[in-house]
Write a protein that binds this ligand. Sequence first.
Ligand SMILES: [Zn+2]
Ligand SMILES: [Zn+2]
Length: 329
Amino acid sequence: MVLQAPGPADGDGPLRVVDRPDPRPGPGELLLHVAACGVCRTDLQLCEGDLAARRLPVVPGHQIVGRVADVGPEVSGWTAGERAGAMWLAWACGECRHCLTGRENLCERARFTGWDVDGGYAERALVDARHAVRLPESVDDLAAAPLLCGGVIGFRALRLSGIEPGGRLGLYGFGASALLAIQVARHWGCEVYVCTRSDTERERAWRLGAAWVGGYDDRPPVPLDAAITFAPAGEVVLAALRGLDRGGTVAINAIHLDRVPEFPYEQLWWERSLQSVANVTRQDAADFMALAAEIPVRTQTEAHPLASANDALRRLRSGEVDGAAVLVP
Ligand SMILES: [Zn+2]
Ligand SMILES: [Zn+2]
């Protein structure tokens, strides 16, 4: 499913079926038989043009679960038939000062799956072997897909929010990423306060052990140690900031935010922080996959045939998706 030019996700949708010959893996690459590919909000933003395309045409999709079908030259550690995942970070240089200090997510030469290189809305995908992710045996293909973006980035957001075990955590927005983050936070013994507009999401938050559930305009009943925002709206970031205790952090889990409205400095004073969350590292993925298997994290998915990718995007945009949408070739 190829994006030739961004356009609205309603009507026919921006993606088209294109037949291409099977790609051959180059040096350092794996060819994956795609078993499942998660549909992420970032895909929607790319397809609709809110996130500027870096190359066109491009195959979107960066939560790829597949089997290694072929191994390119100079690959070590992977053999044909093994299960592998691919995530948003497709490649990092390994040489810059960010890469050399464990922050490859900030690499200025980084390439991203489904943005700089073709992704997983396809039957086959080429991935860099060093950036392929090992997936826990206990998690099936469909369930593993949303772990690869929503899950790992939610985990990094939890870390960057500075939340400690037993702390009070706010989650603003309760889509695919948040419902994985709450399971980790509950595993750490945190009290979780959820703000969302959607009635379905509110019910799901109660079921997953939220201490309190409200709307974006409702202030949680206690000051929060940390909060994570998932909605791509600056207003929500400020709502989260107003819910924080002194010294607390809002981690902003969004690659694209409409704008941050002006706000009085008093709301940031007392060492409150706003922290963006940019991409993830391979270490984040490895740590999260181990934790997801240990908890075990439960994912809720709805499967769509690959050719229905436009429908999946439309459902995501209108908030109809139950859990996480996953394309199955
Ligand atoms: Zn994503
Ligand atoms: Zn680098």
